[in-house]
Design a binder for this molecule. Structure first.
Ligand code: PLP
Length: 358
């Protein structure tokens, strides 16, 4: 058996030691005679796990007591609806930054509940960069400002934190725990865990207490952050397995040295690939250097007729998941925490060989 390098954007590569641990304890979890999957979510066993996972998150991200950490069903997309439902309060307006595919999904969902004021848009630049913050129009009556720091499909990353007095809300699905973060600058951070933290179906929501107690009365119970916070994310049966695997990945991040170790490794991986792409125009990445994502690197071939052969040969070489998103085509390499440097080295060596032979 050999594990290949999986560059999928999500569900994405998981750390092998985590999968091995899960395999070893699948039938008999910690000598309890049953699998973790079969344990009641209200049992002491689960509560102990949940508390440890909460502590690990707090330690890694430096999250203070004034924040609740929720683990909820329905991935990041359910939060697109939950955020306006929970945060609008008496306001009829929310401010959104348009940075591409995922921010547009969040905007479309929010428009079902309120008026969305676009702060700024990267559309005119085809999302290869964002307008300078000095040109942003932030509606002061908005309930919050939402942005997507890392656009997983476009490969655009917004380094500078939006400057605003509004509660700042960030979709960090594809960048959470990829580098240290000052959580205190945000009112709410959310992420679907299947990019950098675990398997699909679960979202983590880090919410400041000040944002609780504002939910619209018609908010579905499972999407109500106030009720979920009071119930330790258990208003109904949570996705216990996805949560458990996520807990293990978070513990692995901690044991591996924490977020600054991964920030450094992730920078090295991304630099290796970008430097290679930039050598000549056989491969291309159109994102302006200041906005290039460290996690998701889309690229095209000068001769797009070669794409099919590129993907087939990459797969034969043990490099999986390199096809770009169906909305943009081309290729994309996602380099989350679980992707080792050796995987990126293998990718670059393959790309170099492919270039020479084409
Ligand atoms: C993948 C992704 C989503 C959607 O996540 P789901 O869990 O599939 O709903 C939302 N935002 C970003 C930035 C993503 O990368």
């Amino acid at each position: 058996m050999s594990r290949l390098y999986n560059f999928n954007a999500g569900p994405a590569m998981l750390p092998t030691p985590v999968l091995e641990e899960i395999q070893a304890e699948l039938l008999d979890w910690q000598g309890k005679g049953l699998s973790f999957m079969e344990i009641g979510h209200r049992s002491q066993y689960f509560q102990d796990f949940r508390e440890q996972c909460d502590l690990d998150c707090r330690e890694l991200l430096g999250i203070g007591k004034q924040y609740k950490i929720l683990f909820l069903h329905g991935g990041a997309s359910s939060q697109f609806a939950a955020i306006p439902l929970n945060l609008l309060g008496n306001s009829a307006t929310a401010a959104y930054l348009d940075s591409g595919h995922w921010s547009l999904k969040a905007i479309a969902e929010a428009e079902r509940y309120c008026q969305v004021k676009i702060v700024a848009s990267g559309a005119d630049a085809n999302y290869t960069e964002m307008p300078s913050p000095s040109s942003w129009q932030i509606e002061p009556s908005a309930a919050y400002l939402h942005y997507t720091p890392n656009e997983t499909i476009g490969g655009l990353f917004i380094k500078d934190l939006p400057q605003t007095d509004l509660p700042l809300v960030a979709d960090m699905s594809s960048c959470i725990m990829s580098e240290p973060l000052d959580v205190n600058q945000f009112s709410l951070i959310y992420a679907g865990v299947q990019k950098n933290l675990g398997p699909a179906g679960l979202a983590v929501v880090i919410i400041h207490e000040d944002l609780l107690d504002k939910a619209h009365p018609k908010t579905p119970t499972t999407l109500n952050y106030t009720l979920q916070a009071a119930a330790d994310s258990g208003v109904n049966t949570p996705p216990t397995l996805a949560w458990y695997v996520t807990g293990k990945v978070i513990a692995w991040i901690k044991q591996s040295g924490g977020l600054s170790v991964f920030a450094d490794l992730n920078q090295r991986k991304a630099k290796l690939l970008y430097d290679f792409i930039d050598q000549d125009d056989f491969y291309q990445n159109s994102i302006k250097p200041d906005f290039r994502s460290v996690m998701n690197i889309p690229f095209t071939l000068r001769n797009s007729d070669l794409e099919k052969s590129f993907l087939e040969k990459a797969k034969a070489a043990g490099l999986l998941g390199l096809k770009g998103h169906r909305s943009v085509g081309g290729m994309r390499a996602s380099l989350y925490n679980a992707m080792p440097l050796a995987g990126v080295e293998a990718l670059v060596a393959f790309m170099d060989e492919f270039k020479k032979r084409s």
